[in-house]
Ligand binder design. Structure first.
Ligand code: ADP
Ligand code: MG
Length: 348
C-alpha cells in the first residue's frame, strides 16, 4: 500500500490516463484544472477547479499532495515555480519554461548540434517582409500552440495581409520541410543514464492534428538509431525526470530533424498502454514518484487511431470492436470539430 498522493496539473485525456496508471500502482491522484468539465476528474481521487494563477488554491493543492506533475505544457512558469517551493515538481519548472517557448526550445536543440527546421524570430509584419528565403513556411506562435493552433501556413509574402495575423503575439517562421514521414520517440528518464525508451513511432497528421500512430515505424536502421540517440541526449541534457516525447520530421532525402519536444506524456504514445508491459503513463508515474524502474518489453505491434470530433459517435452508439482492439472514450461532453474525443488501438 503506497501513501503517495500525486498532484497533476491539467485535466484532459492525458491526465485521465495518468490517473488510471497511478491507480494501478496504488497511488492517489488530485487533478488541478481551470476547466470545470475536465474529463480527468472522472478518473482522479480528487479534483480542484481553479485558475492557474489562483495562489490560494495552488497552495491548497500543494498541501494535499506529495509530488506534482503536469499533463500539458502551457502552465505559467510562476505557478510551477511557486509550487516547486512547496512540493517537488517533475519535470522541473525550468524545463517547462524552456520547452513551452518555441524559439528557446529550438535554440536549445541547435546548441546540442541536433538538426531542426530552419527558423527565424518574427515580432512584426516588417520582420516578415524580407523572409522569402523561408517560404513556403509556417508561422507559429512562440507560446501556447498545440494541435496546429496558432499556426499560419504561408506560401508567398503577398498573402500576409489576408491572413489577419495578430502581431500582439510573437512568432517564429519555419521553413516547410518536404516531409516523407513523421516519427516520435518517447523516453522516460528516472535518473542519470537511467531511462526506458520506446521504439520510434510512425505518425500521420491531418490538418496538423495527429490522426494515427503505429509501431513498427517503417524507417531505416540509421534513422531508428539516430532518433533514439537524440531523444536520450535531450533527456540527459535537460536532466529530465518523467516521460518526454521528441517529435521528428524525416524529409525526402532521409534527413532527420527534431520538430519539437513535449515535456509530458504524448498522444503518439497511447499505443504503449496495450503494446508494452509498461505504458508511457505508468513509466511517468513511476519516475516522478521515484518508484522502481521496470525493463521495458514490447508485447505487440500496434496502430492507434485518434477519434476526432464526431468520429466518436458510432463508437459511443454501438462499439463493435474485436478482441485485439481497445477503445478509449475520453468522456468529453461537447463534441467539437478537431477536438480529440477518444482513440482506438489495434494490436497487430
Ligand atoms: P503543435 O505544437 O501544434 O503540435 P507542430 O509544430 O508539431 O505544432 O506542427 C504540427 C504539425 O504540422 C506537424 O506535426 C507537421 O505535420 C506540420 N508541420 C509543422 N511544421 C512543419 C514544417 N516546418 N514543415 C513541414 N510540416 C510541418
Ligand atoms: Mg507537434
Amino acid at each position: 500500500m503506497s501513501n503517495i498522493k500525486l498532484g497533476i496539473i491539467g485535466g484532459g485525456q492525458l491526465g485521465s490516463m495518468l490517473c488510471q496508471a497511478a491507480k494501478k500502482l496504488d497511488i492517489k491522484t488530485v487533478i488541478y484544472s481551470d476547466d470545470a468539465e475536465a474529463p480527468a476528474q472522472n478518473f482522479s481521487d480528487e479534483f480542484i477547479c481553479a485558475k492557474y494563477n489562483d495562489n490560494e488554491k495552488i497552495y491548497d493543492f500543494a498541501k494535499k499532495v506529495n509530488v506534482i506533475t503536469y499533463e500539458f505544457e502551457n502552465i505559467p512558469y510562476e505557478t510551477l515555480n511557486e509550487l516547486n517551493k512547496l512540493k517537488p515538481v517533475s519535470p522541473k519548472p525550468s524545463v517547462n519554461r524552456l520547452i513551452q517557448h518555441r524559439l528557446a526550445e529550438k535554440d536549445f536543440i541547435n546548441k546540442l548540434n541536433i538538426r531542426t527546421t530552419r527558423y527565424v524570430h518574427v515580432e512584426s509584419k516588417e520582420d516578415l517582409l524580407p523572409l522569402n528565403d523561408f517560404l513556403p513556411g509556417i508561422l507559429k506562435t512562440t507560446t501556447m500552440g498545440y494541435d496546429g493552433k496558432g499556426q499560419y501556413p504561408i506560401k508567398n509574402i503577398d498573402q500576409i495581409d489576408s491572413l489577419n495575423i495578430n502581431f500582439n503575439n510573437e512568432y517564429i517562421l519555419e521553413k516547410l520541410v518536404k516531409l516523407k514521414k513523421e516519427i516520435s520517440v518517447i523516453i522516460t528518464r528516472f535518473n542519470n543514464n537511467k531511462y526506458e525508451i520506446y521504439e520510434p513511432i510512425e505518425n500521420t497528421h491531418e490538418d496538423q492534428i495527429l490522426r494515427r500512430s503505429k509501431i513498427p515505424a517503417e524507417i531505416n536502421e540509421k534513422i531508428f538509431e539516430q532518433s533514439k540517440e537524440w531523444a536520450i541526449f535531450i533527456a540527459e541534457e535537460l536532466k529530465y525526470i518523467g516521460t518526454l516525447c521528441v517529435e521528428f520530421f524525416i524529409d525526402r532525402n532521409d534527413n532527420l530533424y527534431v520538430n519539437e519536444i513535449a515535456p509530458r506524456v504524448h498522444n503518439s504514445g497511447h499505443l504503449t498502454i496495450n503494446a508494452f508491459n509498461v505504458s508511457q503513463f505508468e513509466n511517468h508515474v513511476r519516475a516522478v514518484c521515484s518508484l522502481e524502474q521496470i525493463p521495458l518489453k514490447k508485447i505487440s505491434n500496434a496502430e492507434m487511431i485518434n477519434l476526432i470530433g464526431d468520429q466518436i459517435v458510432p463508437y459511443r452508439n454501438n462499439p463493435k470492436i474485436s478482441d485485439n482492439q481497445f477503445l478509449f472514450d475520453y468522456l468529453k461532453k461537447d463534441i467539437k470539430e478537431k477536438r480529440k474525443m477518444g482513440h482506438l488501438t489495434t494490436l497487430k
